[in-house]
Ligand binder design. Structure first.
Ligand code: DC
Length: 227
């Protein structure tokens, strides 16, 4: 039996987080949402009116940003804390959606987050989702998944999710934001969103969450038990 890192990358709104969370649960692994880390930075920058184009301001702010994860027994998954405060809906607001990709494109911020992510993964037995996990953060991960799905389906899923939080946003607005983030994430110069050569592609346009979790868990278990 070997301990592995499962890296799940892909476009915005492809259900990476929901999938990674369930895969981690099934394997008894820790789940780390790397996108939530960039979201915490964006949330902090909005609240403290940090200008992310000013390097000095960004460096000083990053020193004040403590990001940690803790296991929530009731939710049966890990949750993210920003300066010891649990973050949830605050980092999923449309205002955060609007700037997070621009923030994640800044080399200074990426370097700081990648360093922190690599430290979190040192113990292995971890499922991490994001955009560069299989390429930059853990290029040696034993299992890499690259998730895609049709833009319209992704927009409808995101709309439902926001509606459940009592947030009303027009589907076209969501589609525009997702397409803009896809473009920014895939075309930035620093660690762009790209499928790792050894990643397995998973288009979940017509797959249920349960189906795709099952597929990934089966492959992971094979590697864990058979090497
Ligand atoms: O997965 P998400 O939508 O919560 O991520 C928020 C943003 O952070 C997304 O627009 C891209 C960026 N991100 C990134 O650049 N690298 C990661 N490893 C994770 C997220």
């Amino acid at each position: 039996m070997v301990d592995i890192v499962v890296a799940i990358d892909g476009f915005s709104g492809t259900g990476k987080s929901s999938t990674a969370k369930k895969v981690a649960r099934a394997l008894g692994y820790t789940y780390i949402d790397s996108g939530a880390m960039y979201r915490c930075v964006a949330h902090y920058f909005i609240n403290h009116q940090i200008d992310f184009d000013k390097e000095k301001e960004v460096t000083a702010a990053l020193d004040k940003i403590l990001i940690s994860f803790q296991f929530n027994k009731m939710l049966n998954t890990s949750e993210i804390l920003l300066n010891k405060k649990i973050m949830d809906y605050q980092i999923r607001r449309p205002e955060v959606d609007e700037i997070v990709s621009q923030i994640a494109a800044k080399p200074l911020i990426r370097k700081a987050m990648v360093d922190r992510q690599q430290k979190l993964g040192l113990g292995k037995k971890m499922v991490m989702d994001g955009r560069d996990i299989g390429t930059i953060v853990f290029p040696d991960a034993a299992l890499k998944i690259f998730m895609t799905a049709d833009l319209h389906i992704r927009s409808m899923r995101r709309h439902k999710e926001l509606e459940q939080q009592g947030i009303q946003v027009n589907i076209e607005e969501i589609k525009r934001n997702l397409a803009k983030r896809d473009d920014l994430d895939a075309n930035r110069s620093e660690s762009p969103l790209i499928k790792a050569k050894d990643a397995i592609s998973l288009d979940n346009t017509y797959l249920t969450l349960e189906d795709q979790v099952k597929k990934i868990v089966e492959i992971a278990n094979k590697i864990i038990h058979e090497g």
